[in-house]
Design a protein around this ligand. Structure first.
Ligand code: GDG
Length: 458
């Protein structure tokens, strides 16, 4: 088995002796693959070196893995990360043409930083290393490595949605981005929809087409594209949630909702997650179902993210004000309808809260996969499972057939689904949950990792 080299924007370097449970499933799976084969995980340190050229890579060895981190200059961070990745690629891939801001400086910065990454990575490579690059920050990296003469197998996994041709075409550098993908041996997407959109983009731009057998051409390049829906560590997470209910904080939460049903939402603060529509739907549910008034609590856990980007800062204010307004309008002296937590909770507490909740409310407007939906299902008690209310626009909706699927733009439809979930008989809840859990056990994150790496090696 060849050595594995993983590259992602940020690198989850485990704290020495730290509990693996604190890391998310993706990190756990990739660390396990790296530990088995030996290898390198390279990425940005998250730090900036001001105006100065960043110093040498910082290397840290843990077992068979070398973590290789580089600083970036402030200008790099502004242009590559906040500028192009988060203010162009992220909105475009989430179908938000209206939010994309195309600055020439930022576009140039994105390609420049990818070249910089390639120059830092190339000297670490051995000829038979397998290279696996992750996410939209690093699309041009393979093309840069190829220009430097790197001949290794290189795969790319796109964690977020791939947009339809007309949306992608609004981005001035879309052809370069498409050409960047054609430099890989294998490009992985979360769902069949994303892969179809990608093929549609190649055709529409007359850049190439699907050749059958998962192969595509673009110019003189032939490469593979496939669907690899990311999973979680299903069994471990289920066990983890079972234990987590005895955590002191979870116990406190349980006592505080005695006699009430808990509805839970967990999302990074992001406009793609549909938070304002979700709060509207909850409000509508309460107004339409007086019998449920005072006996439900909706807990929304929303850690801040990307606060440096103006849309996110604005979003933070909007969601907080909206939750406050609904509580003011509907709350009583002994009932607060929405508990809104605008920071991160520890993973054990989160797992315990999922298990307490009768309804998992996962209603993004667009999402590559959505791991919260999967974690919520895995955390349930098989004897009395809760119901997943899931947006049809999350990648997870292509897989979790036991969920109540909703259109998050349809406020009344989502409100009705919440009511249906809360009133669902035990037998139906168990049948739906079992169907999803069987799927998640079979398609966990280790399988995702193996499937991708096997296809890349084939
Ligand atoms: C991208 C794609 C795709 C959330 N709040 C807390 C917390 N979390 C954890 C969740 C989950 C993870 O963060 C979020 O994963 P998602 O998949 O829901 O969303 P993105 O961050 O947007 O991820 C997405 C994913 O990549 C993987 O390919 O599924 O579509 O957008 O694991 O549990 N964790 C802790 N405290 C929190 O408050 N500890």
């Amino acid at each position: 088995m060849s050595r594995l080299v993983v590259v992602s924007n940020r690198v989850p370097v485990p704290e020495k002796g730290g509990a693996a449970a604190s890391a998310g499933g993706l990190a756990v799976a990739l660390l396990a693959a790296l530990q088995e084969r030996g290898g390198i995980w390279m990425g940005w340190s998250g730090k900036s070196s001001g105006d100065n050229e960043p110093g040498p890579l910082s290397l840290e060895e843990q077992g068979k893995i070398t973590f290789a981190l580089t600083d970036l200059t402030e200008k790099d961070v502004d242009e590559y990360y906040f500028g192009f990745a988060n203010r162009v690629l992220w909105p475009i891939c989430h179908y938000r043409l209206d939010l994309a801001e195309y600055g020439r400086k930022e576009m140039a910065g994105y390609f420049r930083v990818n070249r910089f990454f390639a120059h830092r990575l190339a000297p670490l490579l051995k000829p038979d290393d397998t290279i696996w690059i992750h996410d939209y920050h690093l699309i041009p990296l393979a093309a840069e490595l190829r220009q430097m003469g790197v001949k290794n197998r290189i795969g790319f996994f796109h964690h977020i949605p791939w947009p339809p041709a007309d949306v992608l075409a609004a981005m001035p550098v879309h052809e370069e981005i498409m050409r960047g993908l054609a430099a890989y041996d294998l490009v992985g997407f979360q769902t069949d929809h994303d892969l179809e959109n990608f093929a549609g983009c190649l055709r529409r731009e007359e850049m190439g087409d699907a050749l059958g057998d998962g192969r595509f051409n673009s110019g003189d390049k032939i490469f593979k594209g496939g669907v690899y829906g990311i999973g979680i560590e299903t069994e471990a997470f289920a066990k983890f949630a079972r234990k987590a209910v005895s955590h002191a904080m979870v116990h406190k939460a349980k006592e505080s909702i005695i006699g009430r049903d808990l509805i839970i939402g967990v999302d990074r603060l992001d406009y793609s997650k549909g938070l304002t529509q979700r709060i509207d739907a909850f409000e509508r549910f309460v107004l339409n179902n007086p019998a449920h008034q005072r006996n439900v609590t909706y807990l929304q856990v929303t850690p801040k993210s990307r606060s440096e980007v103006p849309e996110y800062e604005q979003m933070q204010r909007t969601v907080a004000e909206q939750a406050g307004r609904v509580n003011g309008a509907l709350g009583t002296v002994d009932w607060v309808p929405i508990r809104y937590i605008n920071r991160s909770l520890s993973r054990p507490i989160l797992a315990g809260l999922y298990r307490l909740a009768k309804v998992g409310l996962v209603t993004p407007l667009r999402d590559g996969m959505n791991l919260v939906a999967k974690e919520y299902v895995a955390a349930q008690n098989p004897d009395d499972p809760g119901v997943l209310v899931l947006s049809r626009f999350a990648g997870a909706a292509r897989e979790l057939k036991g969920a109540l699927l909703v259109n998050p733009y349809d406020i009344v439809g989502t409100a009705n689904a919440i009511a249906r979930a809360l009133n669902m008989p035990l037998e139906e809840r168990q049948e739906r949950w079992q169907r999803m859990m069987d799927y998640l056990l079979e398609h966990d994150v280790s399988r995702w990792c193996d499937d991708f790496l096997n296809d890349l090696a084939a």
